[in-house]
Design a protein around this ligand. Structure first.
Ligand code: C2O
Ligand code: CU
Length: 549
């Protein structure tokens, strides 16, 4: 094991897309940010310096942060943000993890342009569960706004309702041939005919689940969220924001150029509500020896995608991913659970005198998202972890409900569903407890799946389905044999997903929808995992340079 040192400087850079130039927040002037390579077992030391006018934190999405909750990064959860000209040094170990993850800003929507790959190579003597590829490529999916993204979110929150959707989807930061002024900057992936490549795919989009496909080539999934899966071959991938997927692609077609493309998956039942952006992003898979010119986008065919609202396709894809092992960084799949919880996730409205929400019956309401009818109120003067560690009272309540405050009835939308409590509540877990959570989407206003992400541990996804979760009928069907281990689960629109994990990492762990707009509306909460009695069961004290609020 080595000590790997990195310097990440959060700084402005100018970028031109879609015929417009603007200033964006980046890491080291790069977008997407620099790739961080580490190896399982290494100690990672990252100095983050903030040179921009926004408060910033950096989160290592999916990194378990075993006994290093202070380095996790979500603002006001494990640390106060880093203010301008200040810095913070994260230090953590890569414990029993390998694969593709990414780091991103964890304040407001800054992650739109502040993100980069975090690749954990397996131990040097480890045996790969798939044939060694000839080479690998890194593919980021993302979104681009012509406007300043922080202005977009500020506007959305002040109006109280919808938000301005992005102007383009991107692959490696580029919209690709089908968008204005984008043809010549289209991302190219070079391959040699007959060879097999590993594509590390990261969905760094802000508010969209995406389909991804390559014309003429099948994709074999071998890893999801940095856990190996049984090989699964498909033509179309589904990735929620926050999810990462490694696939093998064999260049087995004629020498030529083929479009790789991603487009929105949005499970509204109304086929007339076409989601934005409606144009797929494209990149080019270019065989060695192929002509290198692309003069017009129509020169190449797009892949065949399922309908943008094909929930069944998405659920077939996710349930086809099976874990290779029922052991996931530090714990085995719990066959029995100590704590069973049901979390409803959905929207509600709250009165707001200054709002102007045109879609609501009364404009003086604002959209509010919630978990178990509690809409998360972000602290402002301390982080939750510090409040816990230093016993500061009043920063949060530890009575987050294990079940919805208003029992959820799929057919009845009662007024009680509309008025969530707005509060900072955490759920306390005792060290070592085995936990099961069923996420139930309520789709009270919109039909959207929710990519729910948990910090501090992966979890096993043991089941999912449509309609209202029925414990007696659905629990016996859980997959307790080879469920995938993930850090982000796509809860189907109008359906549910069930996860299990063991609480063996003391700290304060944020759980939220990885659609930033939903997190901004309050679809989040935090787990407080208490210390245990043993040697590796206690959260160490905070590092001396932890930022102050
Ligand atoms: Cu990808 Cu809470 O983050
Ligand atoms: Cu959501």
């Amino acid at each position: 094991p080595q000590i790997r040192k990195f310097h990440l400087k959060v700084q402005y850079a100018s970028a031109t897309r879609l015929c417009h130039t603007k200033s964006i927040v980046t890491i080291n002037g790069e977008f997407p940010g620099p790739v961080m390579y580490v190896r399982e077992g290494d100690t990672v030391v990252v100095k983050v310096k903030n040179k921009v006018d926004y408060n910033v934190t950096i989160h290592w999405h999916g990194v378990r942060q075993f006994l290093s909750a202070w380095s996790d990064g979500p603002s006001y959860i494990t640390q106060c943000p880093i203010q301008k000209d200040q810095s913070y040094t994260h230090k953590f170990k890569v414990v029993e993890q390998r694969g593709t993850l990414f780091y991103h800003a964890h304040v407001s929507w800054l992650r739109a342009t502040v993100h980069g790959a975090f690749i954990m190579l397996p131990k040097a003597d480890a045996v790969l569960p798939y044939p060694k590829p000839a080479a690998e490529h890194l593919l980021y999916l993302g979104e681009w706004w012509i406007d300043n993204v922080e202005d977009v979110v500020a506007e959305a929150l002040s109006v109280g309702g919808g938000y301005k959707p992005s102007d383009a989807l991107t692959i490696n930061g580029q919209p690709g041939a089908l968008y204005n002024c984008s043809l010549s900057d289209t991302t190219v992936f070079n391959v040699v005919r007959g060879k097999t490549y590993l594509f590390r795919i990261i969905n760094a989009a802000v508010n969209f689940q995406l389909y991804m496909s390559v014309v003429g080539h099948s994709l074999t999934v071998v890893e999801a969220d940095a856990e190996y899966t049984k090989p699964y071959t498909t033509n179309v991938l589904v990735l929620g924001p926050g999810q990462t997927t490694n696939v093998l692609l064999t260049a087995d077609q004629q020498v030529g150029q083929y479009l790789m493309s991603a487009t929105v998956f949005s499970p509204t039942p109304n086929p007339n509500v076409v989601p934005f952006p409606g144009t797929p992003t494209t990149a080019i898979l270019r065989y060695e020896g192929a002509k290198t010119l692309l003069s017009s986008p129509s020169e190449l065919a797009l892949p065949n995608f399922p309908a943008f609202n094909d929930s069944l396709f998405a659920s077939r894809f996710t349930t086809s991913l099976k874990g290779l092992s029922t052991y996931s960084s530090g714990f085995t799949l719990p066959q029995k659970v100590d704590k069973e919880m049901l979390f409803t996730i959905g929207y509600a409205l709250r009165p707001c005198s200054t709002c102007n929400l045109s879609t609501s019956p009364d404009p003086h309401f604002r959209l509010q998202a919630s978990v178990n009818n509690v809409s998360f109120l972000e602290p402002t003067s301390t982080s939750l972890l510090e409040a816990y560690y230093y016993n500061v009272s009043g920063a949060y309540d530890d009575d987050f409900p294990s079940n919805p405050l208003y029992p959820y009835n799929y057919t009845g939308v009662g007024p009680s569903n509309f008025f969530p409590v707005k509060a900072t509540k955490v759920k306390v877990l005792e060290f070592g407890e085995s936990v099961q959570i069923v996420f139930q989407d309520t789709s009270t206003f919109f039909f959207e799946g929710h990519p729910i992400h948990l910090h501090g541990t992966n979890f096993f996804v043991v089941g999912e389905g449509f309609g209202t979760f029925d414990a007696a009928k659905d629990t016996p069907k859980f997959n307790l044999v080879d469920p995938p281990s993930r850090n982000t689960v796509g809860v189907p629109s109008g359906g549910w997903a069930a996860i299990r994990f063991r609480a063996v990492n003391p700290g304060m762990w944020f759980m939220h929808c990885h659609f930033d707009i939903h997190t901004s509306w309050g679809m989040s909460m935090a787990f407080l995992v208490k210390n245990g009695q043993g040697v590796n069961e206690t959260l160490p004290p905070p590092p001396p340079n932890l930022p102050k609020c």
